[in-house]
Ligand binder design. Sequence first.
Ligand code: GLN
Length: 234
Amino acid sequence: QPVVGVLALQGGVAEHLAILESLGVRAVRVRSASDVLGDDGAAVIDALVLPGGESSTMDRLCRTFGLFDPLRQVISAGLPVLGTCAGLIMLATQIEDPAPGQQSLGVLDVTVARNAFGSQVDSAEVALEWAGSGAASGRNDVGDRAAADALGPTADAANTPSDVVRVAFIRAPAVTRVGERMEVLARYRDAVVAVRQGNILGISFHPELTGDTTVHEELLGLVRTRRSVEASAA
Ligand code: GLN
Protein backbone atom coordinates (compact mmCIF):
# COMPACT_ATOMS: atom_id res chain seq x y z
CA GLN A 1 0.00 0.00 0.00
CA PRO A 2 1.66 3.27 -1.07
CA VAL A 3 2.18 6.00 1.50
CA VAL A 4 1.41 9.49 0.27
CA GLY A 5 2.51 12.54 2.24
CA VAL A 6 0.59 15.81 2.26
CA LEU A 7 2.59 18.88 3.24
CA ALA A 8 0.68 20.05 6.31
CA LEU A 9 2.20 23.36 7.36
CA GLN A 10 -0.53 25.58 5.92
CA GLY A 11 -3.44 25.42 3.50
CA GLY A 12 -6.01 22.82 2.48
CA VAL A 13 -4.74 19.53 3.90
CA ALA A 14 -7.68 17.50 5.22
CA GLU A 15 -9.50 17.15 1.89
CA HIS A 16 -6.38 15.78 0.20
CA LEU A 17 -5.90 13.25 3.00
CA ALA A 18 -9.53 12.15 2.68
CA ILE A 19 -9.44 11.72 -1.12
CA LEU A 20 -6.17 9.79 -0.95
CA GLU A 21 -7.55 7.47 1.74
CA SER A 22 -10.66 6.93 -0.38
CA LEU A 23 -8.37 5.73 -3.18
CA GLY A 24 -6.92 3.07 -0.88
CA VAL A 25 -3.52 4.53 -0.02
CA ARG A 26 -2.14 5.54 3.35
CA ALA A 27 -2.11 9.35 3.61
CA VAL A 28 0.13 11.03 6.17
CA ARG A 29 0.84 14.62 7.18
CA VAL A 30 4.29 15.97 6.39
CA ARG A 31 5.55 18.51 8.91
CA SER A 32 9.24 17.81 9.36
CA ALA A 33 12.25 16.52 7.47
CA SER A 34 11.91 13.06 9.02
CA ASP A 35 8.42 12.76 7.49
CA VAL A 36 10.12 12.94 4.10
CA LEU A 37 13.66 11.58 4.37
CA GLY A 38 14.99 8.52 6.17
CA ASP A 39 18.42 8.31 7.82
CA ASP A 40 19.70 6.64 4.64
CA GLY A 41 18.78 9.73 2.59
CA ALA A 42 15.97 7.95 0.76
CA ALA A 43 12.37 9.12 0.76
CA VAL A 44 10.09 7.54 3.38
CA ILE A 45 6.98 8.29 1.33
CA ASP A 46 5.96 7.08 -2.13
CA ALA A 47 4.44 10.37 -3.29
CA LEU A 48 3.82 13.87 -2.04
CA VAL A 49 1.06 16.48 -2.34
CA LEU A 50 1.79 20.18 -1.93
CA PRO A 51 -1.64 21.65 -1.26
CA GLY A 52 -3.22 25.01 -2.01
CA GLY A 53 -2.98 27.82 0.46
CA GLU A 54 -0.78 30.88 0.37
CA SER A 55 2.48 30.24 -1.37
CA SER A 56 4.70 32.83 0.32
CA THR A 57 3.56 31.65 3.77
CA MET A 58 4.06 28.02 2.77
CA ASP A 59 7.54 28.85 1.48
CA ARG A 60 8.48 30.62 4.70
CA LEU A 61 7.17 27.78 6.88
CA CYS A 62 8.99 25.19 4.75
CA ARG A 63 12.25 26.92 5.49
CA THR A 64 11.43 27.48 9.18
CA PHE A 65 10.59 23.77 9.59
CA GLY A 66 13.71 22.62 7.73
CA LEU A 67 11.71 21.10 4.89
CA PHE A 68 12.91 23.16 1.96
CA ASP A 69 16.05 21.18 1.13
CA PRO A 70 14.61 17.72 1.93
CA LEU A 71 11.65 18.41 -0.38
CA ARG A 72 13.96 19.52 -3.19
CA GLN A 73 16.11 16.47 -2.66
CA VAL A 74 13.34 13.86 -2.85
CA ILE A 75 11.54 15.52 -5.75
CA SER A 76 14.78 15.85 -7.72
CA ALA A 77 15.43 12.16 -7.05
CA GLY A 78 12.14 11.27 -8.77
CA LEU A 79 9.50 11.19 -6.04
CA PRO A 80 6.06 11.61 -7.67
CA VAL A 81 4.64 14.95 -6.54
CA LEU A 82 1.42 16.86 -7.10
CA GLY A 83 1.49 20.61 -6.49
CA THR A 84 -1.89 22.32 -6.52
CA CYS A 85 -2.38 26.09 -6.65
CA ALA A 86 0.03 27.46 -4.02
CA GLY A 87 1.75 24.06 -4.29
CA LEU A 88 2.30 24.67 -8.03
CA ILE A 89 3.87 28.03 -7.18
CA MET A 90 6.13 26.25 -4.67
CA LEU A 91 7.38 23.89 -7.42
CA ALA A 92 8.00 26.49 -10.14
CA THR A 93 11.44 27.62 -11.25
CA GLN A 94 10.16 31.18 -11.65
CA ILE A 95 7.42 33.33 -10.08
CA GLU A 96 6.49 36.46 -12.03
CA ASP A 97 5.24 38.39 -9.06
CA PRO A 98 6.68 36.91 -5.87
CA ALA A 99 5.92 38.34 -2.46
CA PRO A 100 8.97 40.05 -0.92
CA GLY A 101 11.57 37.39 -0.15
CA GLN A 102 9.45 34.59 -1.58
CA GLN A 103 11.38 31.58 -2.89
CA SER A 104 10.31 28.40 -4.60
CA LEU A 105 11.69 24.89 -4.81
CA GLY A 106 12.56 25.41 -8.47
CA VAL A 107 12.04 21.83 -9.61
CA LEU A 108 9.32 22.35 -12.25
CA ASP A 109 10.49 24.30 -15.28
CA VAL A 110 7.63 26.78 -15.58
CA THR A 111 6.97 30.44 -14.91
CA VAL A 112 3.80 31.14 -12.95
CA ALA A 113 1.80 34.30 -12.40
CA ARG A 114 0.01 34.43 -9.06
CA ASN A 115 -3.68 35.34 -8.85
CA ALA A 116 -3.76 35.36 -12.63
CA PHE A 117 -7.45 35.00 -13.25
CA GLY A 118 -8.50 38.22 -11.57
CA SER A 119 -11.58 38.94 -9.56
CA GLN A 120 -13.87 37.59 -12.26
CA VAL A 121 -12.64 34.09 -11.61
CA ASP A 122 -11.61 34.75 -8.04
CA SER A 123 -13.32 31.57 -7.09
CA ALA A 124 -15.15 29.27 -9.48
CA GLU A 125 -15.99 25.64 -9.98
CA VAL A 126 -15.47 24.51 -13.56
CA ALA A 127 -15.15 21.41 -15.73
CA LEU A 128 -11.93 21.21 -17.74
CA GLU A 129 -10.80 18.92 -20.50
CA TRP A 130 -8.11 16.75 -18.97
CA ALA A 131 -5.40 15.13 -21.09
CA GLY A 132 -3.97 13.01 -18.32
CA SER A 133 -2.86 9.40 -18.23
CA GLY A 134 -0.86 10.56 -21.22
CA ALA A 135 2.18 9.17 -19.49
CA ALA A 136 1.85 5.98 -21.49
CA SER A 137 -0.35 7.13 -24.33
CA GLY A 138 1.86 9.80 -25.81
CA ARG A 139 -1.10 12.10 -26.03
CA ASN A 140 0.53 15.31 -25.13
CA ASP A 141 -1.89 18.15 -24.95
CA VAL A 142 -5.45 19.22 -25.09
CA GLY A 143 -5.17 19.84 -28.82
CA ASP A 144 -4.22 16.23 -29.49
CA ARG A 145 -7.07 15.16 -27.31
CA ALA A 146 -9.55 17.12 -29.43
CA ALA A 147 -8.06 15.56 -32.55
CA ALA A 148 -8.46 12.08 -31.09
CA ASP A 149 -12.06 12.84 -30.20
CA ALA A 150 -12.71 13.83 -33.80
CA LEU A 151 -11.69 10.32 -34.83
CA GLY A 152 -14.42 8.88 -32.68
CA PRO A 153 -14.55 6.32 -29.89
CA THR A 154 -12.45 3.64 -31.58
CA ALA A 155 -9.40 5.86 -31.79
CA ASP A 156 -9.87 6.56 -28.12
CA ALA A 157 -10.18 2.97 -26.96
CA ALA A 158 -6.47 2.27 -26.52
CA ASN A 159 -6.25 4.53 -23.52
CA THR A 160 -8.93 5.89 -21.32
CA PRO A 161 -8.04 9.23 -19.78
CA SER A 162 -10.85 11.07 -18.13
CA ASP A 163 -12.31 13.51 -20.58
CA VAL A 164 -13.27 16.07 -18.04
CA VAL A 165 -12.17 16.98 -14.56
CA ARG A 166 -14.28 19.06 -12.19
CA VAL A 167 -12.15 21.47 -10.20
CA ALA A 168 -12.21 24.71 -8.22
CA PHE A 169 -10.20 27.84 -9.00
CA ILE A 170 -9.42 29.90 -5.91
CA ARG A 171 -7.19 32.92 -6.55
CA ALA A 172 -5.37 30.59 -8.89
CA PRO A 173 -2.03 31.08 -10.63
CA ALA A 174 -1.53 30.57 -14.37
CA VAL A 175 1.43 28.96 -16.08
CA THR A 176 2.84 31.65 -18.37
CA ARG A 177 5.87 29.75 -19.68
CA VAL A 178 6.42 26.02 -20.02
CA GLY A 179 9.86 24.47 -20.30
CA GLU A 180 10.85 21.79 -22.75
CA ARG A 181 9.63 18.22 -22.21
CA MET A 182 6.50 19.56 -20.57
CA GLU A 183 3.15 17.86 -21.13
CA VAL A 184 0.22 20.25 -21.00
CA LEU A 185 -2.69 18.46 -19.33
CA ALA A 186 -5.29 21.24 -19.19
CA ARG A 187 -6.01 24.80 -20.19
CA TYR A 188 -8.51 27.32 -18.94
CA ARG A 189 -9.35 30.62 -20.63
CA ASP A 190 -6.39 30.20 -23.00
CA ALA A 191 -4.00 29.76 -20.10
CA VAL A 192 -2.09 26.60 -19.25
CA VAL A 193 -3.35 25.35 -15.88
CA ALA A 194 -1.98 21.80 -15.61
CA VAL A 195 1.38 20.34 -16.65
CA ARG A 196 3.50 17.27 -16.11
CA GLN A 197 7.27 17.12 -16.20
CA GLY A 198 8.28 13.54 -15.53
CA ASN A 199 7.45 12.79 -11.90
CA ILE A 200 6.06 16.27 -11.24
CA LEU A 201 2.42 17.31 -11.70
CA GLY A 202 1.68 21.02 -11.35
CA ILE A 203 -1.86 22.30 -11.48
CA SER A 204 -3.33 25.76 -10.91
CA PHE A 205 -6.57 24.65 -9.38
CA HIS A 206 -7.92 22.74 -6.41
CA PRO A 207 -8.80 19.15 -7.36
CA GLU A 208 -9.77 18.13 -3.81
CA LEU A 209 -12.93 20.15 -3.30
CA THR A 210 -15.35 18.70 -5.86
CA GLY A 211 -15.22 14.97 -5.16
CA ASP A 212 -13.46 14.34 -8.49
CA THR A 213 -10.56 11.93 -8.01
CA THR A 214 -9.01 12.19 -11.49
CA VAL A 215 -5.96 14.24 -10.51
CA HIS A 216 -5.11 12.14 -7.46
CA GLU A 217 -5.41 9.00 -9.57
CA GLU A 218 -2.96 10.57 -11.99
CA LEU A 219 -0.48 10.95 -9.12
CA LEU A 220 -0.98 7.32 -8.08
CA GLY A 221 -0.38 6.34 -11.71
CA LEU A 222 3.04 7.99 -11.45
CA VAL A 223 3.73 5.92 -8.32
CA ARG A 224 2.92 2.71 -10.23
CA THR A 225 5.05 3.80 -13.19
CA ARG A 226 8.01 4.49 -10.93
CA ARG A 227 7.63 1.15 -9.17
CA SER A 228 7.55 -0.81 -12.41
CA VAL A 229 10.56 1.10 -13.77
CA GLU A 230 12.48 0.36 -10.59
CA ALA A 231 11.40 -3.29 -10.58
CA SER A 232 12.58 -3.81 -14.15
CA ALA A 233 15.89 -2.07 -13.40
CA ALA A 234 16.53 -4.27 -10.35
N1 GLN B 1 -2.99 33.03 -4.53
C1 GLN B 1 -2.33 32.05 -3.70
C2 GLN B 1 -0.83 32.25 -3.67
O1 GLN B 1 -0.30 33.08 -4.35
C3 GLN B 1 -2.66 30.65 -4.13
C4 GLN B 1 -4.13 30.38 -3.93
C5 GLN B 1 -4.46 28.94 -3.66
O2 GLN B 1 -3.60 28.12 -3.36
N2 GLN B 1 -5.74 28.64 -3.68
O3 GLN B 1 -0.16 31.55 -2.97
